[in-house]
Design a binder for this molecule. Structure first.
Ligand SMILES: [Fe+2]
Ligand SMILES: [Fe+2]
Length: 192
């Protein structure tokens, strides 16, 4: 399995400066959240460093990657384009960088959308990506603070915000985000 140092070097060489800096910010926040919420710090660091590794891959190369790995990529090519890069990154992590840890692969795969039944590591990476330091939307700071206090409540907020933004902008939403929101909300209500 690729080391943390090698994953950092890979991100540096694969991504634009701006996205590399985003990746380092995601790692910083992911490690902080992992420590607070007793999630494996090394897994969080590795998932963070690899999460956007396919973000700048041309569309035809992503399609090629999906068709070469048809079983693990499922019907991803039928889903919205912004969702593809997490799945492509998880395939690269598994097939080219020896990542065989399903928890890490899942966190990379669902970092844009969330999913029904997210693990704590999935939540750490989802929130670290959504609320990383350079994010400038008004609620980012609040979401960061919330994530430190309560991972589940923060993820519900994050998913809810994404759903609201997409609605406002008339954008299509990936069904996994709705499923993730419904799951987390039911879980929250059951606990009350
Ligand atoms: Fe991403
Ligand atoms: Fe990202």
């Amino acid at each position: 399995m690729i080391t943390i140092e090698a994953a950092k070097a890979l991100a540096k060489r694969t991504l634009s400066q701006r996205r590399y800096e985003h990746t380092l910010n995601v790692r910083r926040l992911a490690v902080r959240l992992a420590k607070i919420h007793h999630v494996d710090v090394e897994k969080a660091a590795l998932a963070a460093l690899l999460h956007d590794i396919a973000k700048e891959m041309p569309k035809d190369q992503m399609l090629q990657l999906f068709s070469e790995n048809a079983i693990i990529s499922g019907n991803i090519a039928q889903r919205l384009f912004p969702v593809w890069h997490g799945h492509a990154a998880a395939i690269l992590a598994r097939t080219q960088y020896g990542v065989d840890d399903e928890e890490i692969l899942s966190a990379i795969r669902c970092h844009t959308t969330g999913r029904s039944g997210m693990t704590p590591l999935d939540k750490v990476i989802y929130l670290a990506d959504m609320a990383s330091e350079e994010r400038s939307y008004p609620e980012a700071e609040q979401l960061r603070a919330r994530a430190e206090k309560n991972l589940d409540a923060a993820v519900l907020d994050g998913l809810g915000m994404t759903i609201a933004w997409n609605k406002q902008q008339g954008k299509q939403l990936d069904p996994e985000t709705l499923e993730a929101y419904a799951f987390e909300r039911a879980r929250m209500l059951a606990r009350k």
